[in-house]
Design a protein. Structure first.
Ligand code: FES
Length: 147
């Protein structure tokens, strides 16, 4: 069976996730969704891990192609699990196709660390720049303060 889980990197915008997937926030809660999900990758959303359109306001720009030579093979059609690391990357585990902002370049992966702070120089992948910019998942902070 072919891989049906697709993460499309949208130009100057979020990651679009489609297929059979689950997303968990930094405290392990399942993020509810219907259909496709848009995940923030600019770091500015006030509703992380979801995109709230803040990339437009913040002036986030990014175009990237993905290198298919770094791909893996996968014939499984199983669930893709995406977990938010506290003040860090999105860790995606499971079969997925990652599509670049050009809509043409793509790579099959079974595991990926994806940038959600907006600062990586290897977008869509994390290069640990979140530590340099002291990225904070503010949405989670306000949520834990409410409890
Ligand atoms: S989350 Fe952006 S570099 Fe790691």
């Amino acid at each position: 069976m072919a891989v049906k889980n697709i993460i499309t990197v949208l130009k100057d915008g979020p990651l679009q996730v489609q297929g059979n997937f689950r997303v968990y926030n930094t405290i392990g809660e399942l993020v509810e969704y219907e259909g496709e999900m848009l995940l923030c990758r600019c770091g500015a959303s006030k509703n992380k891990p979801l995109c709230d359109g803040s990339h437009t306001e913040s002036g986030f720009t990014d175009s990237c192609i993905v290198d298919s030579s770094k791909g893996e093979t996968s014939e499984q059609a199983t669930v893709l699990v995406i977990s938010c690391r506290p003040d860090g990357m999105l860790v995606a585990k499971g079969p997925m196709i990652i599509v670049g902002t050009d809509g043409q370049s793509k790579v099959i992966r079974n595991k990926a660390a994806l940038c959600r702070c907006g600062a990586s120089r290897t977008k869509p992948f994390c290069d640990i720049s979140h530590k340099k910019i002291d990225f904070k998942d503010d949405a989670l902070l306000s949520k834990t303060e409410e409890q």
